[in-house]
Write a protein that binds this ligand. Sequence first.
Ligand code: FES
Length: 306
Amino acid sequence: MIKNTWYVAAEPGEIATSLLSRLILGVQVVIGRTESGQAFALEDRCPHRFAPLSLGRVVGERLQCGYHGAEFNPAGQCVSVPGQANTPSNAHVRSFPVVEKQGYIWIWMGDPELAGDLRSIPACFYRSDDPAWVGGYGHFESLQVNFNLINDNLFDITHAEFVHPESFGAEEMRIYRNAEPGEAYIDQKTTYTIAEREIVFRMQSLNMPGGPFYRWMVATSLGKNEYTGPVDLDMEVSWAAPTYTSFLLNARPAGQPREQGVQVCNMHSVTPASDFTSHYFYRSVKDYGPAELVEPFMQGVKAIFE
Ligand code: FES
């Protein structure tokens, strides 16, 4: 497992009202927010009698152990022990750098001296934090699989033709077979660019039946329940090291310019829990439609991923 990189630790909603305990890279971590709103992550074990700190509570800017009430600041230093005038200076819990960005709470499990390098928080996730894009979150806790197999699945577009014909369509997905270097959108082709941390595919499929999900995008963009005409589709797939994939879909009635298409972005990230278990997070947003459309949109997205 790669340690010196940023991983998704939690969705904001998971720590909005309570503490969260999650196994990350083999370490049980408690993630929470102080009363002023500062996110923190500490090893989930009190140094006194090893109670899980996630069973305690936040008191002001401190995390109070639920067993004997010792209190720790976000840096993990014990700052108060009930019944003692002096606080032992060596009473300390391991703390982990956290940052809030791109719609998630991120954690750095490696050398804290290197945590200032934010490049591993994928730029292609920016829509997650952009108010012009609305949607929801989902995740699978502790899948019984090494994180690289989920990575394989997300990076491997060849499976979509066979696994997702009832959502993304089969014919549309075959364009991966015609891949070549470049960054243009070309009908019935896939082009790709490779950079230091990111690989980007661009696919285009014009005047096609469109998988049901794309037809749903077009229908809802037109305020209709159904759209049966041909569809033009562009898709940009960005894979960022080590475990991030973003799928940007642009769909419109055949013949309309790309700028008039409506867009959906599905962002996926994988956080290793251990060598054999992984947390799989997804964030799905769209750039169109009324507020009432968010729930059916997320229901559709969940049905695909689950
Ligand atoms: S176990 Fe935490 S204060 Fe005793």
